[in-house]
Design a protein around this ligand. Structure first.
Ligand SMILES: [Cu+2]
Length: 249
């Protein structure tokens, strides 16, 4: 009981630590059963968090997880009405971080990017640490974390980024539970484990491109992150049917 109170207190504190939040209760497609809450939090220019907390017997393994363009009808749970992936830049589907490089490229891009930022600080220590962080990301998570840094650098050069704004990869379920958290640190800073460093806000919760009023969808199948080698992969990651959804408020 005490543990629960502490956990609840921490949760409340965490929620208050962001300037903006948008959330909703996920419901099973064409059924309406409430499976838990998804929350997007943001302090623009500083930090962002995506938190999924779901429970349902049908949750098992990896489930593609995206923000789609349209709201579902009010009070409804027909996830088919949510349109395609939210993709204001008209690019191909990918992971939540960016372009899909092989692990080797991830290391190179990550190391280069890290060193670049370290050097920007004008300190030798910064350069070394930056290079280490970048290389670690690339080595550890290959095409994920390492590629992220490289991809964001490339994205800054032109429109050829290869992930949708609404792409968030997969949520991993165990025994009917999903507790999935993604943290982003915006701007220059220390890239902690599992705390993804991004150049700009990963998403916005106000204005024209806001996630608010759009629909979070959890799919039945695994999102192949655009690496499936077919058209479906480049559009949707072949994540299959819509398992659950809700429109962010
Ligand atoms: Cu989707």
């Amino acid at each position: 009981m005490l543990l629960l109170v502490i956990f609840a207190a921490l949760f409340v504190l965490t929620e208050q630590a962001y300037d903006q939040t948008a959330s909703c209760l996920m419901k099973i497609h064409n059924d309406g059963t409430d499976i838990g809450r998804v929350t997007f939090s943001s302090t623009p220019g500083e930090k962002q968090r995506v938190l999924l907390d779901f429970q349902h017997p049908s949750l098992n393994g990896e489930h593609g997880f995206h923000v789609h363009t349209l709201p579902v009808a009010e009070g409804g749970h027909d996830c088919s009405t949510a349109g395609g992936h939210f993709n204001p830049h008209g690019v191909e589907h990918g992971a939540h971080h960016g372009a899909m490089h092989e692990g080797k490229h991830g290391v190179e891009h990550g190391a280069h990017h890290g060193a670049h930022h370290g050097a920007m600080d004008g300190a030798m220590d910064g350069a070394m640490d930056g290079a280490m962080d970048g290389a670690m990301d690339g080595a550890m998570d290959g095409a994920m974390d390492g590629a992220m840094d490289g991809a964001h650098q490339e994205a800054a050069d032109g429109p050829a980024s290869s992930h949708h704004v609404g792409d968030f990869g997969n949520a991993i379920a165990r025994d009917g539970f999903v507790l999935h958290q993604i943290d982003y640190t915006v701007g220059q800073g220390i890239d902690l484990p599992r705390n993804h460093y991004v150049e700009e806000d990963r998403f916005v919760l106000e204005g024209e491109k806001s996630f608010r009023g759009r629909t979070v969808i959890l799919h039945e199948d695994t999102d192949d992150l655009g690496r499936g080698g077919d058209e479906g992969s480049r559009k949707t990651g072949n994540a299959g049917n819509r398992l659950a959804c809700c429109t962010l408020e």
